[in-house]
Design a protein around this ligand. Sequence first.
Ligand code: BGC
Length: 378
Amino acid sequence: MVILFEKSIQIIKQHQSETGAYLASKNFPTYQYCWLRDGSYIAHAMDIAGEYESASAFFCWVGRTIQRFSYKVDEARFRMAEGLPMGKDDLLHTRFTMDGEEVYVDDTWGNFQIDGYGTWLWALNEHIKKSGEIDILQKLKEPIEITVRYLELVWKLPNYDCWEEHPEFLHTYSLSTVYAGFHAAGELAHSGGFSHKNILVDNLADEVRKFILDFAVKDGRLVKYFCPPDTKSDTQLVGNNGVDASLMAVAIPYQMFMPDDPIILATIKAIEEELHRHGGGVYRYMDDVYYGGGEWILLTAWLGWYYTSLNQVDKAQALCEWIESQADENGWLAEQVSDYVLYPEYYAPWAKKWGPIAKPLTWSHAMYIILMKALNKG
Ligand code: BGC
C-alpha cells in the first residue's frame, strides 16, 4: 500500500530530531529516546527509500555519541585486564537522549546491550554502498574504530538481549550483529582506505561465527541464548526449545548463515510453527509476557523480508497485507498487536505501568518500509 509506505517515511521524519537521532515513539513516555538498535534499522529503511540525508544525519549522531563516551572503552579495557568488577554503567549504553546523553530514569533498565553497536556498523556500510557517501567515513573513522575495539573487548560477555532481557546469557541474535559489524568494518576499511590498527576484523568475524556453531546450534537449529561456555551450567532454554523470532536476523540481513542454510531452514521452521500465528503476525518468543505477549509488527515484516530472500513472494505478500490491516486511521503502526496475546493476564499490569502500547513505533514503520522495498513496492 503506497500510502502507508509514504506515511511511514513521514512518521520517521517527524520522529527525527535535528541532532539526527530517531525517537523510538513520541507517544509512549518510556520510549522518548533513541536506541542504537531501532535507529540503525530506521536509518537502513530510510536509505532503502532513498532518504539518504536522514540516514546520514543519524550515523553522524551515532558517531558523536560514541566519541563522547569513548573513555568508557579504555576504562573497561583496564578493568578487564586487572580483573576489576564492571559496574552497570561502565560499558556503552544502548539508548540515549536526542542530544546523545545517557539515560538514567530507571535503575532496573539494562544498559549493556552489544547488538546496536554491531547493527550500526552494518547499517553504515550499507548506507555507503547505497548512497555512495564515502566522505562520511572521514567524519566517522574514529567512532568506527572505537566501536570495533569495544566489540572486540566485550563480545563474549553476557549482556541484555535485543528485548532488553536475560543479562545472564549470550545471545545468538546479538552475536550475529557483532559478526556483521566486524564484517562491515572490514569492508569499510577497504573502501575508506583506513586501517583498524592491528585489529583483524575479518578474523574476528570468523571467530564469532565459529563460536555460534560451537555453542548456539542445538538439534540442528539455532537457540535464542546460551550460558557463557566457561560457566559450565546447563541453560534452561526459553519455552524449553529456545526459539526466538529475532533469530531470523542471523540470515537476513546479517548473513552469518545464508537463508537456505539447513541450520537457518530448521530455525525458520521452528519460528513458523511456534511463533507465527496462522493468518496473523509473529510473536517474539513463547514465554513473552510484555503487554501479554502480542504479535510484533516488526517481526512480521522481518519474516516477510526473509521470505523475499528465497523468492517466496506470496508468503511475504500475505504478511505485508496483515501488517497493513493493522494500521490505524492515522496510518500508525504499533509495536505489537494485542488481539491474540499469549498471556492475557499480563496485559493490564503493563498498561497500568507504562500506558497503552507504543504507537506509532518508528521501528515498526521502518521494517514495513524494508519489506515493501524487498517486495519491489513503494
Ligand atoms: C524492545 C526493544 C526496543 C525498545 C524500543 C523494547 O520494548 O524490547 O527491542 O529497542 O523497546 O523500541
